[in-house]
Design a protein around this ligand. Structure first.
Ligand code: GUN
Length: 299
């Protein structure tokens, strides 16, 4: 962690490496005991640049911790039924512990039908309604990667959460909504009072100013400004955007949903972009895969 004017800039890369080292050690012990390693499969449809790079990162990091990693690649033209058949095949393959279908899918495929076809026991993305429901009722569940990465980040940075006011900006299915549930659960890791804000929220600025922990997943570059943040708040930035910047060699720079330079001096902790939450998402997927392998969520 780097200190700037008493503000701690959370080092997502270091936390991710710490967790990966723990997984790697566990996998090595599994292999030493004569068992097969955990196996994660990624299914990708089409050639979307961002999806290809996410899947490449999942494959690379799976291998780094000693998992078996497979990628099933299909063209954009694949029929929904063929994708369903692939999911049925992966569901029944005992040598596959967990799999993900990279989103978004082409328009002609019903994404919800695909997600619901995945066996919840292998749903290491935590997107199946069964896992969402289990999470909601504080039962063992696969937690979606970004919300899980954020709670790991808070915990491993020793950030006090119990009884704090956590404001979540954004209510997407994969970040804001599950995160709001996770942050409010009655366990020692979170236990916050949560306010979930979205596009129809009134008095957004006032609500943000009352946040002890402000988590921003709103999808708008540098949306959160200095005058929206309480002194001493913890600010976690989930956004990632490429914005034009002619002063840079590449012609762009990467920013988050928070105006980092002006907000950072007000915070006790802040997660940067890049190098923050994004470093933890694949690691959380690996943690879920290990849990699936050990049958820790569903017996
Ligand atoms: N697309 C963007 N993020 C994700 C993710 O976490 N999982 C899957 N399957 N697709 C995504």
């Amino acid at each position: 962690m780097e200190e700037k004017n008493n503000t701690i800039v959370i080092d997502g890369k270091a936390i991710a490496q710490q967790i990966k080292d723990e997984i790697k050690k566990e996998v090595s012990d599994i292999i030493d005991s004569g068992k097969r390693p955990p196996h994660l499969v990624a299914v990708i449809v089409g050639e979307d640049g961002a999806s290809l790079s996410y899947v490449a990162s999942k494959e690379k990091q799976s291998k780094e911790v000693g998992f078996t990693s497979s990628v099933y690649r299909f063209p954009n033209t694949i029929k929904e039924e063929d994708l369903i058949n692939t999911i049925d095949f992966l569901n029944q393959d005992d040598e596959v512990d967990g799999f993900i279908v990279q989103l978004p899918l082409p328009k002609h495929i019903n994404e919800q039908r695909i997600i619901e076809r995945i066996d919840p026991k292998k749903d290491v993305d935590g997107f199946h309604p069964s896992n969402g429901g289990r999470m909601m009722y504080n039962m063992p569940a696969f937690i979606p990667a970004t919300p899980m990465g954020i709670t790991s980040m808070l915990k491993r940075s020793n950030i006090e959460t119990v009884g704090k006011h956590c404001v979540v900006l954004g209510r997407s299915n994969i970040v804001g909504t599950p995160l709001s549930v996770l942050m409010s659960r009655n366990n020692s890791d979170t236990n916050c009072t949560v306010t979930l804000c979205h596009s129809k929220t009134q008095n957004l600025k006032e609500i943000c100013l009352s946040a002890d922990i402000l988590i921003v997943a709103i999808g708008k570059p540098e949306f959160v400004k200095e005058d929206m943040v309480k002194n001493g708040a913890v600010v976690i930035d989930v956004g990632i955007h490429r914005i034009e910047d002619k002063t840079k060699e590449k012609g762009y720079r990467i920013v988050g949903d928070v105006a980092f330079e002006e907000v950072k001096n007000k915070c006790s902790y802040i997660s940067p972009v890049p190098g923050g939450v994004g470093m933890l998402t694949v690691v959380s997927l690996l943690q879920n895969t290990l849990k699936a392998y050990k049958k820790e969520v569903y017996q």
